[in-house]
Write a protein that binds this ligand. Structure first.
Ligand code: SF4
Length: 187
């Protein structure tokens, strides 16, 4: 665990000071991933939003609240998981990150996955699906588990996509429950 803390702190400092893509010019704060370093589930969203950029913390807005609720309903606290994004700096006006930004930033996500070594990486939404697994079509892949390079991925919607759609919100809660159960049964 001491080694994990050391490695995590190294990545965190690198992210906070990162000058590697153009998003470093418009951000207020880079937003490293955060959570339990021994987490069984590592969640990956798209990018920080306005609140996250302001405070330098991931998933603290509406979407984060929804994810927290879904986890609580499934019987685990947010403190038991690790949460991060594909890109660590907010794209201006919350636009989708550009390919070059994603390609540059993925090195940090890869390090986070390596350090945490979760039982499963939970992909939240289309941008993470495309960036991490090079797959398109959430409608086809949500609720599915895919293994790549010995890492198990579970795919569901981004909580932000469900805010104004109750059916999707219900599905999101159901799928978070499924991934939590899957991990608890296998550990
Ligand atoms: S988005 Fe990623 S690669 Fe770009 S400046 Fe931020 S931390 Fe660095």
């Amino acid at each position: 665990m001491i080694n994990k803390v050391k490695l995590y702190n190294g990545v965190k400092i690198d992210v906070i000071n990162c000058p590697l893509c153009k998003l470093c010019h418009s951000r207020n704060n880079a937003v490293p991933g955060r959570g339990n370093l021994d987490a069984k589930i590592l969640f990956v969203g798209e990018a920080p939003g306005k609140n996250e950029d302001k405070l330098g913390l991931p998933f603290i807005g509406f979407a984060g609240k929804l994810l927290g609720e879904a986890l609580k309903k499934s019987g685990i606290e947010r403190d038991n998981v690790y949460i991060t994004n594909v890109v660590k700096c907010r794209p201006p006006n919350n636009r989708i990150p550009d390919k070059d930004e994603i390609d540059t930033c993925l090195q940090y996500l890869n390090k986070e996955i390596q350090i945490i070594s979760p039982a499963i990486v939970c992909i939240l939404g289309a941008t993470a699906l495309q960036s991490v697994l090079n797959l398109k079509n959430m409608g086809l892949y949500h609720g599915k588990t895919i293994t790549r390079n010995n890492i198990k991925y579970y795919i569901t919607y981004h909580p932000a996509a469900t805010i104004y759609n109750n059916d999707l919100k219900e599905l999101f809660f159901k799928e978070i429950n499924l991934v939590v159960n899957m991990v608890q049964e296998n550990c």
